[in-house]
Design a protein around this ligand. Structure first.
Ligand code: SAM
Length: 318
């Protein structure tokens, strides 16, 4: 018999294993899609900060496989998905992997090369630094990842495309919102049901990429800095002299996912099974290079130098 103690504290962790996702984060992207329909018409995607790969799995299942498995599938119609992370990832069908740092210009160049002059319809970024617990510091490092993502966006995203990025809500959220609004007329901060309320994370859903007229990606940082300056940015109706007082910007904030569905902050009873004992499932894909691996290598003196290593893992036939 199951007892009162037989509860699962994180329903999405269990569901991820049951449904074959490498991480519970998969549900966040799926719930964002339920609200914003982000995969509609998408043929080319960049997945930034992708390891261990549950968002890439979602992209593979939602964007790549439906085309691959269509009866009249042609190779030239196959969608292109490029995933980047500092960490290596086990292969995922239809996903090209690039191992590198998204804040490094060389990584951006590698991604751009894969697009071979074409543009992406969607860029997603679930990047997170190692959280220190110092909110200001964590928020700052997180914002650097988003800006690195935005740099890649300005090079690879087509006009009208979408950008989804993890953010940490904090005192600079309004600034970030206004910076994103320079490039996207519609920006919504979304909190999927599967993201715990106790977490400061949310996701910026940026729609209809429209860079300012005459924009040169080389000027990105200068333009973003101007947003925070007292004079604001010329030629934009958003965010000039706006962060304080009566001009304060109100950010659209939306809970998404089935609101009557599972709540990530609740505990749920384990499912009843024949014989009364629930068998916990193994993780779908154990990490290839967990943080403790490097510690062990350093201890043994077998650590190897970094740099971009590219893994061409386009497994078209598996
Ligand atoms: N979306 C992933 C999934 O569904 O499996 C989970 C991403 S995990 C929350 C955050 C990832 O950000 C980590 O794998 C980490 O290695 C990556 N990351 C952090 N900083 C990075 C950087 N500068 N360049 C590339 N990846 C980075």
């Amino acid at each position: 018999q199951l007892t009162g103690l037989a509860v699962w504290k994180d329903i999405y962790y269990r569901k991820a294993k049951e449904e074959g996702w490498r991480a519970r984060s998969a549900f966040k992207l799926l719930q964002i899609d339920e609200e914003f329909n982000i995969f509609e018409g998408v043929k080319r995607v960049v997945d930034l900060c992708a390891a261990p790969g549950s968002w890439s799995q979602v992209l593979s299942r939602k964007v790549y496989l439906p085309v691959k498995l269509a009866p009249d599938a042609k190779d030239e119609d196959l969608p292109l998905i490029v995933a980047i992370d500092l960490q290596p990832m086990a292969p995922i069908e239809g996903v090209i992997q690039v191992q590198g740092d998204i804040t490094n210009a060389r990584t951006a160049e590698v991604v751009i090369r894969h697009f071979d002059g074409c543009k992406a319809d969607l860029v997603v970024c679930d990047g997170a630094p190692d959280v220190t617990g110092l909110h200001d510091m964590d928020e700052f490092v997180q914002s650097q990842l988003i800006l690195a993502g935005l740099t890649i966006v300005t090079h690879v995203l087509k006009e009208g495309g979408k950008f989804i990025a993890k953010i940490f809500r904090g005192k600079d959220t309004s600034l970030l919102y206004c910076q994103l609004k320079l490039f996207f007329p519609v920006v919504t901060f979304a909190k999927p049901k599967s993201s715990r309320n106790s977490s400061i994370e949310a996701f910026a859903v940026c729609e209809n990429y429209s860079p300012p007229e005459g924009f040169n990606p080389k000027d990105l940082h200068r333009l973003l800095e101007k947003v925070g300056s007292p004079s604001g940015v010329d030629d934009t109706d958003c965010c000039s002299g706006w962060l304080e007082g009566p001009n304060k910007v109100y950010i659209p904030f939306l809970a998404c996912g089935d609101l009557s569905g599972y709540d990530s902050d609740r505990s749920y009873p384990l499912p009843k099974v024949v014989g009364g004992t629930y068998q916990s499932l193994d993780p779908v894909q154990p990490p290839i290079a967990p943080p403790y691996k490097r510690a062990l290598e350093l201890k043994k003196g077998t650590s190897q130098g970094g740099g971009i290593r590219e893994l061409e893992n386009l497994t078209l036939d598996s």
